[in-house]
Design a protein around this ligand. Structure first.
Ligand SMILES: Nc1ncnc2c1ncn2[C@@H]1O[C@H](COP(=O)(O)OP(=O)(O)O)[C@@H](O)[C@H]1O
Ligand SMILES: [Mg+2]
Length: 252
């Protein structure tokens, strides 16, 4: 089986896409797989974290849409294709760039076991590209009331691409993030989601914990942070990812 591509997607910003994408990449790497990380968000949060620990990243994400990217070999750590400003132009490009993107990922697939794609908080060409090439898609969500409206839209986008262009796309599910157990509103939202979208929901959640951004600032996953407060967060990630891997049919 070739490189498995996992897209982390939600058109809403701040829900934890980059946080979860980076932790997922680190977890898969820790289990002995070679991992390519593609950062399609010019805000570059994942790029900033991964540059701290990885080798230099010679290829910018916009190049995946614009030319032929060859000769990237798996590195010791996670191999990063970094976010760059030129990606904004992709949104105005001819949709033909989508096939260039697909072709590039296909050829990179010879060197890696897994590819994690982090997406921008916009419904556009890059989001479409990321869903088009993906084998699996994971959707971090927030349980704040204002973000629930966005969930329907997000599901329409993902299942729209699946229906039209990528019938084999495996929706791993929505993963509640930044969960605050003291918030009655969040608990209520979760109850509603379970009632209406149970089959699309990952039965785990990541709490809101300051140890998570702290760990990423150091370039390590939260389960590596030597702090009591990080232990629970690490456990939650492991639990959530165990479900994700099971839904992927297991890791290689
Ligand atoms: N579970 C969490 N607990 C605490 N802070 C979090 C958590 N998840 C994400 N964050 C923080 O929230 C902000 C937005 O997260 P990020 O992953 O960048 O979201 P997105 O990529 O969806 O825009 C970041 O500052 C990040 O460190
Ligand atoms: Mg992000």
């Amino acid at each position: 089986m070739g490189m498995q591509k996992i897209t982390v997607s939600n058109q809403k910003g701040g829900v934890g896409k980059s946080t979860i994408a980076v932790h997922l990449a680190m977890s898969i790497r820790e289990q002995g797989n070679s991992v390519l990380f593609v950062d399609l968000d010019p805000q570059a949060n994942a790029t900033k974290t991964l540059e701290r620990i990885g080798e230099a990243s010679p290829v910018a994400a916009s190049q995946l849409f614009n030319g032929e990217v060859v000769g990237i070999e798996a590195a010791e750590g996670i191999t990063l294709i970094h976010a760059d400003g030129a990606m904004a132009d992709i949104e105005r490009a001819d949709p033909a760039v989508l096939s260039t993107f697909r072709r590039n990922l296909e050829s990179l697939g010879e060197s890696f076991d897994y590819c994690i794609i982090d997406t921008p908080p916009t419904l556009g060409l890059r989001m479409t590209a990321a869903l088009l090439v993906a084998d699996h898609v994971l959707a971090p969500i927030e349980l704040e009331e204002y973000s629930i409206d966005g969930i329907t839209k997000m599901l329409q986008t993902i299942f729209g691409v699946k229906e039209k262009w990528n019938p084999d796309l495996n929706f791993l599910g929505m993963l509640p993030n930044r969960f605050n157990p003291r918030s009655l509103a969040q608990k209520e939202t979760l109850t509603n989601l379970v009632k209406n979208y149970s089959h699309l929901l990952i039965k785990a959640k990541i709490g809101i914990r300051s140890s998570i951004p702290e760990a990423l600032a150091e370039g390590i996953p939260v389960w590596e942070l030597k702090k009591t407060a990080a232990r629970e967060a690490g456990r939650e990630f492991k639990e959530a990812f165990a479900i994700v891997y099971e839904k992927m049919g297991g890791l290689k």
